[in-house]
Ligand binder design. Sequence first.
Ligand SMILES: [Zn+2]
Length: 384
Amino acid sequence: MVEPYGGRLVDRQVSETERQRRQSERRDLPTVVPFTDQLCDAEKIGIGAYSPLEGFMDSATVASVVSTGRLPNGLPWSIPILFPVPTDPALKGVGVGDTVGLLDPAGPLLGLLHVEERFPLDRAAIARATYGTDDPKHPNVADLLQGSDAAWAGKVDLVGRLPTLGGRAEWTPSESRAEFTRRGWKQVAAYQCRNPPHTAHEYIQRLTLEREDIDGLFIHPVVGRLKKGDYRPEVIMEAYDALVQNYYPKDRVALSPLTITMRYGGPKAALFLAIVRRNYGCGSYIVGRDQAGVGKYYDPYACHRIFDEFDIGVQPLRYDESFFCHRCGWMASRKTCSHPESDHGATSQTRIREALASGTPLPSDILRPEVAAILGRPGGELTN
Ligand SMILES: [Zn+2]
């Protein structure tokens, strides 16, 4: 199986004794409920999903990532992992050398941030370097611009875990690696997604499962902070359960959620998401058309090309856009079908969303009936 990024899986989870001590001493600490994005990032740092990072980035690391696309040690890294200083007046006196307790909104202590540096953030420059734009209409740029103009850097100790999704465990990288080993998988392909599956998704999953060099497929939906109109995380997971259980061989596909905030950074986000999956044990990574894109900010195939520019030790499995061709009578792509676009049925999320929004029947040609039954339940499955 592929080694963790940087050679070693970071583990900043404290022992059970230490956890109990920290929980009982939390009243002595300055505490904050951070923005969901930072809470998710803190947990991922702690479990090693962002190896080799052991904490939130310092100014030198951010400068290096922004200007070269690499960590100071030369490893490619495309997305700054930042902890903007919270505006909470109770934290006014907190500075370098202090430890801050990070609380999840439900109350428990999730982790500790050991503040090693406070530095100014050039938010517009970071936005341009990461997302290719400083347009405040871009969702992640908007978050960045609305946040603080200063950040804290420092190592994180993980004291708890975020609440599970309807009782569904979220694997840590060491748990997914153990599971892959148990199944005898060496070369695992990761599948990134943030929507319930339709036939175009299924098609590239099947193409991947047909490959001789792939032992198993890890479907790893990103279900972090929601935007208006996103599917509820429980629905995405349930829809994938329906596909996996009803159609795929049990010993070839694994499924677990990943609670991080989606970075719609096009190519840079695709590279980051692949690095994260390498830590989970995936040496191959599926990249479809316009992965991690939003609006018209990115060339739809820039997310393919970035893997030639930066070697992260992960094999990119690059796929063209696929569609159902009525003449071929199959799923196809421009590589396998000669017919004009008028013969192609759109397999788009937009068709599904429009049907859900207007209460009309879901498009049965692009959804498995088991998946359609979950999406079509009364009450609507999109957030508002
Ligand atoms: Zn065709």
